[in-house]
Design a protein around this ligand. Structure first.
Ligand code: PLP
Length: 374
């Protein structure tokens, strides 16, 4: 049975019920979304376009697994932990000894920064990029060597090469990058890893991996399989909508995995593990979310083209555009419409990072943006 949720359903607030009915009656992934688009945002319930979350929420299969886990949460969950470890290995066709699990991928970034600091190493990274490694490095007293992105706003591997020193023991590359959703071309990255992974651990943060649709992109798990000194990190916080539930996975040589986790981690809660087991196997829901993300990309880039604003083609679930005015000003005005946009990312103070939440919400954003700035 197919039934579409009408705009009237949304407006009258019966969308939740309507979509829940759909979810129960249909097997289509699209029917899973029972979190209604927020087309009447308020101060208490704004459109969340600031933190690159998946506002559709978790897969229904994951939600059920999470709810059902309450009955077993009084027990240590080692069996589930190994089941999840096995699944994450199988999905990437890699032996289980190469896999580490954590409560979000932040855990791996933190561990990598700690091991680098213990070895007295410096950290080499592009800027701007995702800030956690730099934050942890600073806290631990490590020297940071930050290399600006190139004029086309992509991570500049040649400039990173030029900045390399003997004391660098950790290189952080976020691919796709954040806040600028560019990718590093696969062959260039493989070449870079071949060149530098004997000298330093190369950490490739693939938080937005699931959203990439670009023939020039490739996960660097292949380099892990070749036993290079590489750590690939992934998170369930994005397409799997586990930002608050917490689950992440990393892939690295068994020596690195052992160093980071001992035998295995025990930081994971049963609901997160059971939810992840369900979510990572729900390919249909992931395909639905990728499709919705594309619709959002089209809606926003059409507006940017129309207004003649410069932007970086998105390889993730957010877009980065030059508003021609301070992003702080845009954020303030959008907040009055109850739309939250990304914070300022120096030195690109006129550029706005907009998370691609839902097509209906992006349409609302476009309407308000044009009203104020068009
Ligand atoms: C590039 C990148 N890496 C890591 C993270 C942290 O993810 P997690 O929630 O898995 O700790 C984020 C979160 O936004 C991110 O953008």
């Amino acid at each position: 049975m197919t039934k579409t949720i009408t705009r009237r359903d949304w407006l009258t607030g019966s969308a939740t019920a309507a979509a829940a009915t759909l979810a129960l009656s249909g097997s289509k992934a699209a029917a899973q979304s029972f979190m209604a688009p927020n087309v009447n945002p308020t101060a208490e319930n704004p459109i969340r376009a600031h933190l690159n979350e998946n506002v559709y929420g978790q897969s229904l299969k994951a939600r059920k697994a999470i709810a059902d886990s309450a009955d077993a949460s009084h027990k240590y969950a080692f069996q589930t932990l190994f089941q999840l470890l096995g699944l994450m290995a199988k999905l990437e066709d890699i032996p289980q000894e190469y896999v580490g699990l954590g409560a979000g991928s932040t855990e791996f970034l933190e561990k990598a920064a700690v091991f680098n600091a213990l070895a007295g190493g410096d950290i080499l990274l592009p800027t701007p990029t995702y800030g956690d490694i730099a934050r942890f490095g600073r806290t631990l007293g490590s020297k940071l060597i930050e290399v600006p992105v190139s004029d086309d706003m992509a991570i500049n591997l040649d400039a990173i090469r030029a900045a390399m020193t003997k004391n660098v023991k950790l290189i952080y590359l976020c691919n796709p990058n954040n806040p600028i959703p560019t990718i590093i071309e696969k062959n260039a990255l493989i070449e870079f890893i071949n060149e530098y992974s004997d000298q330093a651990t190369v950490l490739i943060d693939e938080a937005y991996f699931e959203y990439v649709d670009n023939e020039n992109y490739e996960s660097m798990i292949g380099m892990v399989k070749e036993n290079k000194n590489v750590i690939v990190t992934r998170t369930a916080s994005k397409i799997h909508a586990f930002a608050g539930m917490r689950f992440g996975v990393c892939y690295a040589h068994p020596d690195i995995i052992k160093k980071m986790f001992g035998l295995f981690t025990n930081t994971l809660a049963l609901p997160a593990m059971r939810g992840a087991i369900a979510s990572y196997q729900d390919m249909e829901y992931q395909a639905f979310l990728r499709q919705k993300n594309k619709e959002c990309q089209t809606i926003v880039s059409n507006m940017l083209d129309e207004l003649n604003l410069e932007y970086v083609k998105s390889n993730a679930n957010f877009i980065f555009f030059n508003a021609g005015r301070p992003s702080k000003e845009v954020a303030e005005i959008m907040k009055k419409h109850h739309i939250l946009t990304g914070r300022e990312f120096a030195p690109f103070t006129n550029w706005v990072r907009l998370s691609l939440s839902k097509p209906e919400e992006m349409q609302y954003f476009v309407e308000k943006y044009k009203q104020d700035f068009g």
